[in-house]
Design a protein around this ligand. Structure first.
Ligand SMILES: [Zn+2]
Length: 473
């Protein structure tokens, strides 16, 4: 890291301290108030409060467990709610990290969301067990310590607590409880790049949209049930006239990375990679993975939205053939998924990451970061950070921002560790003056000037690429 970048970060840290002190309490990511409830009198006693049985927890029991963990492990956890369901249940998120209250600048935030379909209950319990495992292993397991020291893990056990409340244990194949309290399928309720989504936005979806706009998540998993497969973007396709079992893959610009992420999950799972069908009428998934649209296209899914709107590489994890199996089977599901759940999140440390800064070392926010040949744009955060998950190889990065000259950087990604890339953008002002001195200026406004710069830059770029226009959010 250059010294000017370090100076910029020092300034950022000073700002964070000011923000924190002005409110007199800690905020995870400055956006959400931490649940500081000390009312654990209703919960189990503090010492026993972190015991977690293999059984299903209703909303109140889950809330008590999460509060007990946050009280017991204040240095490793922070509990916050991103909003409420239709029926007023909190949408809880627990951060597990050695920095639970503050984003670690330059280190990735990652997440899991479970129970978006209320009757798909296994993921909900597995995330509670993942919390339990992470906090109890930090002092004894060097890998978990490394992960929590370098990653902030946000875990949402239930995105659809109202649906779960009416679901029934033992029901494997019904849709009772799948939807939210207004009968909307939340995994069809997000803005869609390929088709207009006319579904009325629901409070649970709105809360998640706001959440992922405030925190730059690098990787994410959405936990479902009813199949055993890791499914990756795109879920939707421009080609499907009839949205039913088209079996045509809809490939994202980062298809290689998505396939890899899905394989990391399936191969670390006890049996997913075998690709055995849940029943004779279900499809067989080679290596336990599938492109979402190749399985069946859908409009308004959460994973495409994460990727195209916010540069978060989310995949969909179908982790149980039975949507709501008997509780006595939960230990088996935990053992089957434990390694996958951990190794998948660590993938946030693959590829390239770094900072976009100006000549003074100050962060440049919302700079466009594009890997040549992958026509999807990521944006730098307010701290100038960016992450770009990539497999080993040689790449070129194009970075641009309003008011700056575009910059291109060639870099190599290796398997063993991420590549750190700090990109300095230079002001376009001097360039503008030189252009004005030309006898026949072709452009008179800053907007067209920046277009001219882009045109110049484009002449250096490869044209062998599928053009997918990033949606204007
Ligand atoms: Zn589902």
């Amino acid at each position: 890291m250059s010294t000017c970048t370090a100076a910029g970060i020092a300034r950022i840290l000073a700002v964070i301290c000011l923000v924190g002190s002005s409110f007199g309490q800690s905020y995870p990511d400055e956006s959400y108030a931490t649940d500081l409830s000390t009312n654990i009198g209703e919960a189990e006693p503090r010492d026993a409060g972190v015991a977690l049985e293999f059984r299903y927890h209703d909303h109140d029991q889950m809330t008590r467990y999460l509060r007990a963990v946050s009280a017991k492990y204040p240095a490793l956890t922070a509990l916050y709610s991103i909003g409420k369901s239709v029926q007023g249940r909190d949408l809880w998120v627990m951060v597990v990290s050695s920095s639970p209250y503050e984003h670690m600048i330059g280190k990735p935030d990652v997440k899991y969301v479970a129970n978006i379909h209320g009757n798909e209950a296994v993921g909900r319990e597995l995330l509670l067990h993942l919390i339990q495992h992470l906090v109890t292993s930090y002092d004894t397991d060097p890998y978990i310590k490394w992960l929590l020291d370098n990653t902030r893990i946000h875990l949402m056990p239930s995105m659809n607590p109202d649906g779960f409340a009416i679901s029934k244990e033992g029901q494997c194949d019904t849709i009772h409880g799948r939807h939210n309290a207004r009968r909307f399928d939340l995994n069809r309720n997000f803005p869609d790049y390929f088709k207009t989504n006319t579904k009325q936005p629901q409070p649970e979806t709105e809360a998640v949209k706001e959440w992922i706009s405030k925190i730059q998540f690098v990787v994410s998993g959405s936990l479902h049930g009813g199949a055993l497969v890791a499914s990756y973007p795109y879920d939707n396709t421009p080609n499907a006239i009839f949205q039913n079992y088209a079996h045509t893959p809809s490939l994202a610009p980062d298809d290689d990375v998505f396939r890899h992420l899905a394989l990391v999950y399936s191969r670390n799972h006890a049996k997913m990679a075998r690709g055995v069908s849940c029943k004779s009428s279900s499809p067989h998934f080679e290596n336990g993975i599938t492109n979402g649209a190749a399985w069946y296209p859908l409009t308004g899914g959460m994973q495409d939205f994460n990727y195209l709107w916010h540069g978060c590489m989310e995949i969909t994890l179908e982790i149980s053939c039975c949507k709501y199996p008997p509780a006595h089977e939960l230990p088996k599901y935990w053992l089957d998924n434990k390694e996958s759940l951990i190794k998948f999140l660590a993938e946030a440390h693959r590829g390239a990451h770094g900072f976009v800064v100006d000549e003074r070392g100050a962060p440049v926010e919302r700079a466009s970061v594009r890997v040549r040949g992958r026509d999807v744009v990521y944006h730098s955060t307010k701290y100038g950070e960016f992450w770009r998950l990539l497999l080993p190889g040689t790449y070129r990065l194009d970075v641009s921002a309003d008011g700056y000259l575009p910059q291109e950087v060639e870099f190599i990604v290796v398997e063993s560790h991420p590549t750190l890339l700090n990109v300095t953008l230079h002001s376009a002002k001097g360039f503008e003056i030189r252009r004005a001195a030309l006898p026949k200026p072709t452009a008179g406004t800053p907007g067209s000037l920046s277009k001219a710069i882009r045109r110049t830059n484009t002449s250096l770029t490869s044209t062998v690429e599928t053009r997918i226009i990033f949606p204007d959010n």
